[in-house]
Design a protein around this ligand. Structure first.
Ligand SMILES: Nc1ncnc2c1ncn2[C@@H]1O[C@H](COP(=O)(O)OP(=O)(O)O)[C@@H](O)[C@H]1O
Ligand SMILES: [Mg+2]
Length: 227
């Protein structure tokens, strides 16, 4: 269970999130949408413990992650893939995966290769020599090396060719299905995301203006003005 309770957060005098609440069962798939500056990244940062809320809390599988450190939350099973390609460019694929899993079970690399055959094929290749889509797969693989219960992704499709976006999204569903990992995906590419999430949430100026199923949001284009 992941439960955001009446979260208010910001930076200095700026209030970015205003009384945000949401609740997800373990293994759920949520898409978060909203215009630029709506507070999507800040919400993810509060969940992973990188921004302290002013009010409210986040209960993830029984622990208040908004009051813990990022390192504690990683051990508690929360993996965060921030925007951009979060890989060590000069290290090989395998070195990247092993570093990400240093505090966990390095043999887990075998399972990551099963999920992402493209990484297995390129295990000795330096990350910087791979395409954007492959680097995004590597970032996902690195996040999985920490054996998360929840995987949070901030705009994973940024900079990827449309054909690759679908590929990355399908991998996410596979991770969800095969490993039971819950997904929270912040995205600008709403149509691609609606194909893979079950639940959706729209943020506008730090407030939740819509919460419902992907089917409901797909069918209600009036709501699309919010992003
Ligand atoms: N580290 C920061 N310091 C000050 N203001 C910030 C910081 N990060 C984000 N902001 C501001 O907070 C607001 C929400 O940002 P963000 O959560 O990144 O929105 P989104 O991800 O929806 O685009 C924006 O106005 C942004 O400028
Ligand atoms: Mg953002």
């Amino acid at each position: 269970m992941l439960k955001v309770q009446n979260l208010t957060a910001g930076y200095g005098a700026l209030t970015v999130l205003n009384d945000v609440s949401l609740s997800l069962p373990t293994g759920a798939r949520l898409g978060i949408f909203g215009h630029n500056g709506a507070g999507k990244t800040t919400l993810l940062r509060c969940i992973v413990g990188a921004v302290r809320p002013r009010q409210g809390k986040v209960d993830v599988e029984g622990a208040d992650t908004s009051a813990a450190t990022v390192a504690e939350n990683v051990r508690h099973g929360i993996a965060f893939v921030p925007q951009g390609h979060n890989v060590f460019p000069n290290l090989t694929v395998e070195q990247n995966l092993r570093i990400a899993g240093l505090l966990f079970d390095p043999s887990f690399v075998t399972q990551v290769y099963e999920l992402f055959p493209v990484l297995a094929e390129r295990r000795q290749q330096r990350a910087c020599s791979m395409s954007g889509g492959e680097q995004q797969m590597l970032a996902l693989g690195m996040a999985l090396m920490t054996k998360p219960k929840w995987l949070l992704l901030d705009e994973p499709s940024t900079g990827l060719a449309p054909v690759i976006v679908g590929n990355v999204m399908r991998r996410l569903v596979e991770v969800n299905n095969r490993m039971g990992v819950g997904l929270i995906v912040v995205e600008q590419n709403v149509p691609a995301t609606l194909k893979v999430v079950e639940q959706t949430l729209i943020l506008r100026s730090g407030k939740v203006v819509f919460q419902g199923s992907a089917t409901e949001l797909s069918g209600n284009t009036d709501l699309w003005k919010w992003f």
